[in-house]
Design a protein around this ligand. Structure first.
Ligand code: NDP
Length: 331
């Protein structure tokens, strides 16, 4: 088997040298354990934070040890009656092609209920649930709202925007980092307007796209995006603080937002959240988003990179914006 280890910790932008691919004998499952052949693994922005040696809501990766993260695969050997050989399971030991786990640490998923098993890493998995919870519970989305989503062509953002449309938003506006992504948002996902944040100041482009202001901002980016949203938010506007990817590789504190005091007079609500504390919403999410998926009303686009050895580059590519929809590695 092969696994990818943390070879060194980055300062600023990570590089391929921070990772090391290691060859090992394939392990045997012990009592109560299963051996899983991973079919897909996830790379996610939060993994950048785990490369630093700082305590956060998830433990840092350890130097010289394999990285971990979500993966989906097939059970190929089992010493657990309730998880038979052939089952498709979701678990937390990505960054390797084979994983041994206690049966209690895998969750069986139905491959027939998804277009590809990788959907359980994206649309029907963690990033889809993040979009659902962030929009509906954290930002308290209501029918008729005008919604602005940053990072809109990514895994979370593309679902947040589509859910807002399907739930009756008045207008959904997205920002992304290329002309191709802007076209994708409007032409394929049905956003009402979209702009490339690299073309001109976000504040100006958002004002133009939302002349009557916005009611909800789904923040994946932070910094100047958050500042622009605070300026455009209407009275009692609501913000889901989901991520701040613009600053994950920064070595100095961000320059924006500088206008937070506007939140007082506008009586805004800005609320952060961590999706793993909202797993109780999984059944509602699967029922509603699963139905949209079966009806062909929601897109599950992915960017698929082949092979474990390509995982570090895929992760770096994610941070640079090379993905549209969920970035996954096919093993
Ligand atoms: P994405 O699929 O959105 O991939 C990351 C995207 O970020 C890139 O494609 C890139 O798109 C964009 N990006 C990179 N740098 C910048 C920048 N400087 N300014 C603006 N955009 C940038 O990843 P996810 O959907 O998995 O995650 C989106 C956000 O949600 C992240 O901030 C992540 O940390 C957060 N998150 C939070 C969770 C929670 O529980 N709170 C759970 C899951 C995710 P582009 O080409 O448009 O620049």
């Amino acid at each position: 088997m092969q696994e990818i280890r943390l070879a060194s910790r980055p300062s600023g932008w990570p590089t391929a040298d921070n990772f090391e691919l290691v060859e090992l004998p394939t392990p045997e499952p012990g009592p109560g354990q299963v051996l899983v052949r991973n079919q897909f693994m996830s790379v996610d922005p939060y993994m950048r934070g785990r490369m630093n040696d700082v305590e956060s809501y998830v433990a840092p990766f350890q130097l010289g040890k394999p990285l971990d993260g979500a993966a989906v695969g097939e059970v190929v050997a089992s010493n657990a009656a309730d998880v038979p050989v052939g089952a498709t399971v979701l678990h937390g030991l990505g960054w390797r092609d084979y994983a041994v786990l206690d049966a209690a640490h895998v969750r069986a998923v139905d491959p027939a209920a998804a277009p590809t098993p990788s959907a359980y890493l994206g649309l029907l998995g963690m990033t889809g649930l993040t979009a659902y919870v962030g929009l509906l519970d954290i930002a308290q989305f209501r029918e008729g709202d005008t919604v602005f989503v940053s990072g809109a062509a990514g895994a979370v953002g593309s679902v947040a925007g589509q859910v807002a449309k399907l739930r009756g938003a008045k207008r959904v506006i997205g920002s992304a980092g290329s002309a191709e992504k802007v076209r994708y948002l409007v032409d394929e996902l049905g956003f009402d307007a979209a702009f490339n944040y690299k073309d001109a100041p976000v504040r100006d482009q958002l004002r133009e796209a939302a002349p009557d202001g916005i009611d909800v901002y789904f923040d994946n980016v932070g910094g100047d995006h958050l500042e622009a949203a605070i300026s455009s938010l209407n009275k009692y506007g609501r913000v889901a603080l989901c991520g701040a990817i613009a600053q994950y590789n920064d070595t100095a504190p961000p320059a924006a937002p500088r206008n937070l005091a506007l939140a007082i007079g506008k009586e805004l609500t800005l609320r952060g959240f961590i999706v793993s504390n909202h797993n109780k919403r999984m059944p509602d999410f699967v029922a509603e988003v699963g139905a949209w998926l079966r009806a062909g009303q929601i897109s599950a686009q992915e960017t698929v990179v082949e092979g474990l050895a390509g995982a570090p580059e895929a992760f770096l590519g994610l941070l640079r914006g090379e993905n549209t929809g969920k970035m996954v590695i096919k093993l």
